[in-house]
Design a protein. Structure first.
Length: 167
């Protein structure tokens, strides 16, 4: 869902597997923090997410009083951080060795094996190729990379969509 000329820094980062993904989409920004400034903005810190006041009056009162406008936050667990890393790599690189990634985050190599049933179905549809714990999104599967990432999303709900769906 993003396009860049071959000489664009984003395209270069994609080829070099340095691309990242944040709330705005794909980026070359390697920072560990994305700070929220405006009304209802969301920020990401290494330990979790924060959100600013969603109403202009409340946000303005906080700013004029010299306070942060942050009204909520969610701390990420070690597992959340590992899953976010895995999903980001899939979304940016279209491949990941999820066994090696699990070990890199301090888990056993088989930590993400519960995703295998979903991955098998995607393999049957030729969306992914698999070799042990290395998943590669095929050219045919690239438009469906969100479905591949969903196999590893511990919070995915199958109830009616609240946000845009993958397909």
């Amino acid at each position: 869902d993003h396009f860049a000329r071959p000489d664009d820094p984003l395209a270069i980062a994609a080829r070099e597997k340095r691309m990242r993904r944040n709330f705005q989409g794909y980026t070359i920004d390697a920072a560990d923090a994305l700070l929220p400034f405006g009304v209802s903005s969301i920020g990401r810190l290494p330990q979790g997410y924060v959100g600013n006041a969603t109403d202009l009056a409340g946000w303005r009162r906080a700013i004029e009083a010299g306070r942060f406008a942050t009204t909520r936050g969610v701390e990420c667990s070690r597992e959340d951080i590992a899953r976010a890393d895995l999903i980001e790599r899939l979304m940016c690189d279209f491949e990941v060795d999820y066994g090696a990634l699990a070990v890199r985050h301090g888990y056993a190599e088989d930590f993400f094996d519960a995703a295998q049933a979903s991955l098998d179905a995607l393999w049957n549809d030729r969306v992914v190729d698999m070799e042990e714990r290395h998943v590669h999104v095929t050219e045919r599967g690239k438009p469906f990379v969100r479905l591949v990432a969903a196999a590893f999303d511990a919070y995915l709900q199958t109830s009616p969509a609240r946000h845009s769906s993958a397909v």
